[in-house]
Design a protein around this ligand. Structure first.
Ligand SMILES: Cc1ncc(C[n+]2csc(CCOP(=O)(O)OP(=O)(O)O)c2C)c(N)n1
Length: 337
C-alpha cells in the first residue's frame, strides 16, 4: 500500500469497493430472475474502477466502457441508474453531477478510445486545464481504434489517460492468445507516450498512477497508458459460462489475490478495521442496494420508441421513419392482445 494514503482514505476506498461488489451481486441475481437484461459483472476488478474514480476531479471527462460501473458510481451516477441502464432503459444515461460531462458507456469494443481522444483534442484546443480518462479491456488493445487513439495522443500530446483493465480474458480468449507483446503497457512505446503497469488489485496503486497521469495531462505534458493487471473472477457477462473455458485452479488462485479481501486484511492487520465495523458496513451497503433495486423496479417502463431519441441531438428523417414504424407495430401488438 502506498504511504500517500491514510487509513481514512483506505477505509473509504474499501467502502466503495464493497458497495460495487454488492451491486454486482444483486444485478446478477436480478438477471437470473428475469428482472435484468445482460449484465457485465466487475467482480474482482473493483480496485481498478474505484482507483480511477477516486483519482478523477469533477472537471475531468470520463469515457467508460461497459465494465465501468464503479467509476460511474463515483462520478455521481446513482446505483439505481446503473441497474436501469443494464435493464435496457437508456434513460439511465441521463447522468447528473460530474458524470454529466462524461460519455455514455460503450459496448462496441474500443470505440470509446477514439471518442476520448476526440474530447481530449477539444479540451487542448480550448486550453482547458482538464483531462480525459478512458478505459478498456485487454482484448480492446488488439483493435485498430486503440492504436489510432494512442498514436494521436502521442503526436498531439493530448491530455488523455487510458487505463487498460487487464482482466486476462476477452470472453473466452486468454491474454496470451490475444497479442504477442510481453506487457500491454509497452504498447505505449510505439505511440511515443509513457506506459506503466500497476497492480490492478491494489486500489492505492491504481489511484496513484491515475492521479499522477491526470496531473501530467492537465499541465500540458501529454498522455499516459496505464495497464492495471487484475483478474475477472466472474463470467464475462450473464450470457456467458466461464467454466466452459477456464481452469478451476486458476480461478481459485486468483481469488487469493482479490482486491477487497486484500484491503480488508491490511486494514485489520493494522488494527484499523474490526468485525463490528465490517458488520455495520455490510448492513449499510445492503440498505443502499435494496433502495437502488426498489427505485429501479418502481420506474415506469420506457416507451418502446424512445431509445431512438438518444442517438443524435435531433431526430434524423430516417430515425423519425423508424420511430413511426415501431410505434405502429407496438400499437398493433396491443390491439392483438
Ligand atoms: C466492435 C466489437 N466487436 C466485438 C464485440 C463482441 N465482444 C463483446 S465483449 C468482447 C471481448 C472484450 O474483451 P476485453 O476487451 O478484454 O474486455 P473485458 O470484457 O474482458 O473487460 C467482444 C469481442 C463487440 N462488443 N464490439
Amino acid at each position: 500500500m502506498s504511504r500517500q494514503h491514510d487509513f481514512d482514505w483506505l477505509r473509504l476506498a474499501y467502502r466503495h469497493m464493497v458497495t460495487i461488489r454488492a451491486l454486482d451481486k444483486k444485478a446478477v441475481a436480478l438477471q437470473r430472475t428475469g428482472q435484468m437484461r445482460t449484465y457485465p459483472s466487475s467482480l474482482g476488478q473493483e480496485a481498478v474502477g474505484i482507483g480511477i474514480g477516486m483519482a478523477m476531479q469533477d472537471k475531468d471527462v470520463y469515457a467508460p466502457y461497459y465494465r465501468d460501473q464503479a467509476t460511474l458510481y463515483l462520478r455521481g451516477v446513482r446505483l439505481s441508474q446503473i441497474l436501469q441502464l443494464w435493464g435496457g432503459d437508456e434513460r439511465g444515461h441521463l447522468f447528473e453531477g460530474p458524470a454529466a460531462r462524461d460519455l455514455p458507456i460503450c459496448v462496441p469494443i474500443a470505440t470509446q478510445l477514439t471518442q476520448a481522444a476526440g474530447v481530449a483534442v477539444a479540451l487542448k484546443s480550448r486550453h482547458e486545464k482538464q483531462a480525459v480518462v478512458t478505459s478498456c479491456g485487454d482484448g480492446a488493445t488488439s483493435r485498430g481504434d486503440f492504436y489510432e487513439a494512442l498514436n494521436l495522443a502521442g503526436l498531439w500530446q493530448l491530455p488523455l489517460v487510458t487505463v487498460i483493465n487487464n482482466n486476462q480474458w476477452a470472453i473466452s480468449v486468454p491474454r496470451h492468445l490475444q497479442t504477442g507483446t510481453e506487457t500491454l503497457s509497452q504498447k505505449a512505446v510505439a505511440a511515443g507516450i509513457e506506459g506503466i503497469q500497476v497492480d490492478g488489485n491494489d486500489v492505492a496503486a491504481v489511484h496513484d498512477a491515475v492521479s499522477a497521469a491526470l496531473e501530467k495531462a492537465r499541465s500540458g505534458k501529454g498522455a499516459t497508458l496505464i495497464e492495471a493487471v487484475t483478474y475477472r473472477l466472474g463470467d464475462h457477462t450473464t450470457a456467458d459460462d466461464a467454466t466452459r473455458y477456464r481452469d478451476k485452479q486458476q480461478v481459485s488462485d486468483a481469488w487469493q489475490n482479490e482486491p477487497i479481501k486484500r484491503l480488508q486484511t491490511w486494514l485489520h492487520d493494522n488494527n484499523e478495521w474490526s468485525a463490528g465495523q465490517e458488520q455495520a458496513l455490510q448492513k449499510e451497503v445492503q440498505q443502499l442496494i435494496e433502495k437502488a433495486v426498489t427505485d429501479y423496479l418502481a420506474a415506469e417502463a420506457q416507451p418502446v420508441d424512445e431509445f431512438l431519441q438518444f442517438q443524435y441531438e435531433k431526430m434524423t428523417p430516417a430515425l423519425l421513419e423508424q420511430q413511426a414504424l415501431i410505434k405502429a407495430r407496438s400499437e398493433q401488438g396491443r390491439d392483438n392482445s
